[in-house]
Design a protein around this ligand. Sequence first.
Ligand code: HEM
Length: 173
Amino acid sequence: MKFNYTFISMLILLLIGSLGFAADANVSELVVSPDWSIAWQFVDNNIEFTLMAPTTGWVSIGFNPTKMMKDAEYVLGYVQDGKLVVRQDYGTGLFSHKPVVDLGRNQEITEISGTQDNSVTTLVFRLPLHWGKDSGIEFTKGQSFKVLLAYGKDGSRNFTAKHSKKKVVTVTL
Ligand code: HEM
């Protein structure tokens, strides 16, 4: 009888352990610096991004610029009163971006969550695998992208303030 209990407990522990591993195995991550990272995973017909940055202001990611910030497809977001506020922009100039809705397009972002903890903001959202009409971005496993990352200074809960930190990286999904 004692053997049975030990055996069953071990089986349960093994099962919990393998479930945790299976969930994490799908998530990829790129760490820029402590508290500044992006993580992504494919979920159904979407890709889910988690952006984390050491700010209480805006946090953003931009895909496929042609030069500096131009022609990139952006998601910008911040947390206001515990709620996520996001906007999809397009890089209209070397140092400028406009909401896609002002350019006659629809915003294609599924909001998941926005949290702020010890001055670190975390945004979670999903994008369809075919995203961004003008740049025709296809999110597929193994695909590499030039990615712009940036965040605003503490308290910049808006889409207009310039970045306090920015970085260009290559991401292989
Ligand atoms: C109103 C908002 C913004 C303004 C005024 C702005 C302005 C600028 C300017 C003047 C530069 C040239 C370098 C410098 O002076 O720092 C730059 C570069 C850059 N910006 Fe922005 N920016 C804005 C928003 C964004 C957003 C939302 C992102 C999102 C990821 C971003 C990402 C970058 C990156 C990664 C670079 C470096 C590009 C490179 O070196 O190729 N910016 N920005």
